[in-house]
Design a protein around this ligand. Structure first.
Ligand code: ZN
Length: 334
């Protein structure tokens, strides 16, 4: 019965032209690097920009699936294999977290320890120095309960709450490529104009980072620049400062220099990639729609994807078939 089913499926694959794809999927080895941010309980989640958070129950469902069906490696193990020209087995996965949310200590680390899985956490060091919330969360906090009426930001007037989403989009477009100082001024202007309720502290301070690495040794700390700036628009000397100072701050606070870094927003210019190489790091993560890490890849542009919500999609993306499957189905070369 099973053999008949299998033969029927293979026939279908053959006649649909998908047999080649089937063969390719079977041979796709390599690792998938997943990006997470906050794993917040409801009280804190309300203050966090929705794209940056996942519910603890969902995150645990990810870990349960990955523990059972995939091979979770530390980033260091993957980098070591790449240096030796070795491939990672099919279904290899690396777990990473960006931005230093406090719930990584209170929620995510506990769950990772329960499933005995390693992870890397990338810190924007000035935010940790100040224990300051991510700017996207400050925007979210300012816009979550707006008073009806007009508000003028940078000379443009928005009619709230009707134009709340337009204001959010405008602020993200303005703040993402901005310098740290310009961003700070704009947030001061926003808070003065909207007078929102003060949010809780969502970002770890250094004592909490030390508590995390002390209690959960399988959590490795990496750098995520100083001010979480866009290294595609800020390269040259500004990038060198962001890369070297972040490395120095982590070494001062934790006693160990970070080996890995991730580009804020997953973006970098050729110049800033070169500066990461020279700043003493061993690897750097960039956003990519070709997420499978295979031998020959440059360790300073390792591709990474945002972890999807649904476990079914997680299964597809970490099985070596995404997005090669989509490309094949669309008839483009993989
Ligand atoms: Zn980030």
């Amino acid at each position: 019965m099973r053999a008949a089913l299998r033969s029927g499926l293979e026939g279908l694959l053959h006649y649909s032209g998908a047999a080649g794809l089937y063969a390719r999927l079977r041979s796709l080895a390599g690792a998938t690097i997943l990006m997470y941010h906050s794993v917040a309980r409801p009280a804190e989640a309300a203050w966090i920009d929705p794209p940056n958070r996942m519910a603890p129950e969902r995150f645990e469902a990810h870990l349960r699936y990955l523990r059972r069906h995939r091979r979770v490696l530390s980033l260091g193990e993957v980098v070591e294999r790449l240096r030796n020209g070795q491939c990672c087995p099919r279904g290899s996965v690396v777990l990473t977290f960006d931005d230093g949310y406090r719930d990584n200590l209170h929620v995510a680390a506990e769950l990772l320890a329960r499933y005995d899985l390693p992870a890397t956490l990338y810190l924007p060091t000035a935010y940790i120095d100040r224990g300051e919330n991510h700017w996207a969360d400050m925007v979210h906090a300012a816009l979550r309960n707006v008073r009806p009426g007009n508000v003028t930001i940078a000379g443009t007037t928005f009619d709230l709450p009707r134009e709340t989403e337009a204001l959010r989009s405008w602020l993200h477009a303005d703040l993402l490529p901005a310098t740290a100082e310009a961003r700070r001024q704009r947030l001061i202007e926003l808070v003065a104009a909207l007078q929102p309720e003060a949010p809780p502290r969502l970002t770890m301070n250094w004592d909490e980072v030390r508590e995390l690495v002390g209690a959960f040794p399988r959590f490795e700390i990496g750098a995520h620049t100083v001010e979480h700036i866009d290294l595609r628009t800020h390269d040259g000397a500004a990038a060198t400062f962001e890369l070297e100072h972040a490395r120095r701050r982590i070494a001062e606070e934790l006693g160990t220099a970070p080996r890995h870094m991730s580009y804020p927003y997953g973006r970098a210019s050729a110049d800033s990639i070169d500066r990461v190489r020279r700043a003493g790091y061993e690897s750097a993560l960039i956003s990519s729609d070709l997420p499978l890490v295979q031998p020959g890849v440059d360790c300073f542009v390792l591709p990474r994807i945002a972890a999807p919500e649904a476990v079914s999609r997680l299964a597809l993306w970490t099985g070596g078939g995404h997005p090669y499957l989509q490309r094949a189905l669309l008839g483009r070369s993989g």
